[in-house]
Design a protein around this ligand. Structure first.
Ligand SMILES: Nc1ncnc2c1ncn2[C@@H]1O[C@H](COP(=O)(O)OP(=O)(O)OP(=O)(O)O)[C@@H](O)[C@H]1O
Length: 598
């Protein structure tokens, strides 16, 4: 996002201030140049005086008389000698100038021997890639001159390259991803592993700029972010691609960090998101972070296929319509969400035709957050029931004008099990945790311009909004507050963001009778059913895993004792059981449109 311009008065004032500062700086520089000899002599006199004082203090008291006599004799001789005072003052000034000279060792002009060795070895390593036998004047040749090839370089304190500009011949195939990847791999290996490098290819100028990226901050906790409605902070990134910053607090400290902001709603070009990662990479944490932000302005339905109760803290909170951990509940909630999307669309259409603004009840954002939906896919196939993913088709396809947003978190290995609409309509993408370049490219649709590192902290990865640039991403720490391993500060940060409970804890005791409810089919399309449901919850500190069972509230439905899908997965699905047809469809190419996060 472009920075908002300063008000005119302010920007004019600051321009004048900057000009005055510049003038003052120039005047000070000129004065320093003119007065430099005087400054040097004054510094020398000061040094001579302090040396004299030291000498006087160091002289034993009984010898001070003799010393004083010697000095007085010299002064007398000098005074009486022809031109003596003049010569003495000249000698004193010369000595002071010598003593007052700047003694700081001047910085070496070029690289030291070890640095030259590093640059030479990089140059030699690049020769096979940047030379050809037909080139009459090769820029790269064994034993050749590296200085023409590397016009700019910088090293850190340990002597490793931190910035390098590389000239390469025009015939190098810099338009081919494979050729680039080879060079990038070689440079990151030769410049020192364990760091992340950013590569900027200037195809016009035949120059490659390599930069070492500072690690992204991993200590940013969940907190209220300064964003507009419709903006969700996915995490934080480098300042190179994103010019906007968000003011954040970190304990006592305040700092500005560039965010990756995802825009949803009617004008969004990537209204739904897919987050993928290895187990434990932090996709559930990302979903929790999104849920906490979504609850500021909207309602949330959570479908948790992982079945580990990671969203229990949201159960019964204001705006949380359901937290489903079982197949029956997931199906009921998603069916309702599909109907609600249709209702909103037709209500908005009727209003458009009547020339009215969209009705109020179609404007409040509705978020459908699914964690590991493929766990339900396997379970549904084993039980011969409908795949919950098939119910996402309507919200995915028509969600944008209806203010319905779908976020899916899944494990990388299950990408193929995601249904075609999920892969097609989720144009905002996130990959967290370790991933190969091929996996990143498959999910994001483009390779990142940085090298992946071996050790990735939880919540670290890449994000791409539509066809925009690939950003490095660090998700803010938003742990499950009921997890024993969560630190007190992080737990409190999440608890502070939770909306109040809609259902008081005492009312939501497990013994509370379930009210009589009509069957969903009998309800008028769009009835807000879920937010009136009882919440099986007990006081915060006692209950980690409770859900809002839609099915309990629907007397018409059978209520089997459901195992968590994760368990059922392993128990009921025979190894190699085929998934339903639509879930094994070949990878649909990602049509991307974009959004720049900044
Ligand atoms: N952004 C983050 N900052 C700090 N810690 C994180 C972050 N993301 C995740 N973690 C920590 O990493 C661990 C795994 O996170 P999480 O449960 O979100 O991963 P996951 O991908 O959903 O894994 P699984 O599918 O196995 O549950 C948790 O202990 C969590 O607190």
């Amino acid at each position: 996002m472009a920075r908002r311009p300063l008000p005119r008065v302010l920007s004019k004032g600051s321009a004048q201030l900057a000009r005055s500062r510049e003038l003052a700086r120039t005047a000070a520089d000129s004065a320093t140049d003119v007065l430099h000899p005087l400054i040097t002599i004054a510094r020398g006199l000061r040094r001579l005086a302090s040396a004299g004082r030291r000498r006087w203090v160091a002289t034993p008291k009984d010898k001070r008389g003799a010393l004083l006599f010697l000095v007085a004799s010299v002064v007398l001789v000098v005074t009486l000698a022809p031109y003596g005072p003049l010569l003495a003052v000249t000698a004193l000034m010369a000595t002071a100038a010598w003593q007052g000279r700047d003694r700081a060792p001047s910085a070496p002009d070029g690289p030291d021997e070890a640095q030259v060795q590093r640059l030479k070895s990089l140059y030699e390593a690049l020769v096979p890639y940047f030379s050809t036998a037909e080139d009459p004047e090769p820029l790269y040749a064994h034993g050749g001159d590296w200085e023409d090839a590397f016009p700019e370089y910088d090293f850190d304190g340990t002597g490793r390259v931190t910035h390098l500009v590389i000239n390469y011949p025009a015939y190098f195939t810099d338009g081919e991803p494979e050729s680039r990847a080879r060079i990038e791999h070689l440079l990151s290996a030769k410049s020192g592993r364990g760091r992340e490098y950013h590569f900027a290819w200037d195809e016009e100028g035949n120059q490659l700029t390599v930069r070492v990226l500072a690690p992204l901050p991993t200590d940013i906790a969940a907190q209220p972010f300064v964003t507009s409605p419709g903006e969700t902070v996915l995490g934080f990134t480098d300042p190179t691609r994103v010019r906007r910053t968000l003011p954040l607090t970190h304990g006592e400290e305040r700092r500005d960090v560039p965010p990756v902001v995802w825009r949803t709603g009617i004008r969004s070009t990537e209204p739904h998101l897919l987050a993928l990662g290895q187990p434990g990479s932090g996709t559930s944490t990302l979903l929790r972070s999104i849920a906490l932000q979504a609850l500021h302005h909207g309602d949330v339905v959570i479908v948790d296929g992982g079945g580990t109760g990671e969203y229990a803290c949201l159960t019964g909170r204001d705006g949380v319509l359901a937290v489903e951990c079982g197949l029956t509940g997931a199906l009921a909630s998603l069916e309702w969400a599909a109907q609600e999307t249709e209702r909103r669309l037709s209500a908005a259409n009727r209003a458009h035709q009547a020339g009215d603004p969209p009705p109020e009840d179609t404007r409040r954002p509705l978020w459908i957050l699914l964690d590991r939906p493929t766990a339900f896919t396997h379970l549904a196939a084993a039980e011969g029931r409908e795949d919950p993913q098939s119910l996402l088709h309507v919200p995915l396809r028509h969600g944008r004008p209806a203010n319905v947003t779908v976020v899916v978190a899944e494990q990388l290995d299950s990408l193929e099990t995601l249904s075609a609409p999920v892969r097609q309509h989720t144009r905002a993408r996130v990959v967290l945790g370790p991933a190969t370049t091929e996996q990143l490219e498959t999910v994001l649709g483009a390779p990142p311009h940085t090298t992946p590192v071996d050790q990735v902290p939880a919540g670290r990865g890449y994000a791409r909004l539509g066809a925009g640039p690939v950003h490095r991403l660090q998700v803010p720490a938003t742990p499950d507050p009921y997890d024993d391993a969560t630190s007190d500060a992080h737990r409190q940060a999440v608890l502070d963001l939770l909306p109040p409970r809609t259902t008081p804890a005492e009312d939501a005791a497990p013994s509370r009778p379930v009210p009589e409810r009509p069957d969903t089919e009998a309800l008028p399309v769009g009835s807000v059913l879920l937010d009136e449901l009882p919440v099986d919850s007990v006081p915060l500190e006692k209950v980690p895993v409770e859900k809002v069972p839609v099915e309990k509230a629907l007397p018409g439905r059978a209520l089997p004792d459901e195992p968590s899908p994760a368990e059922a997965d392993s128990e009921k699905v025979p190894a190699g059981a085929a998934a339903p047809e639509d879930t094994t469809a070949a990878e649909v190419p990602r049509e991307a449109a974009v959004a720049e996060s900044s």
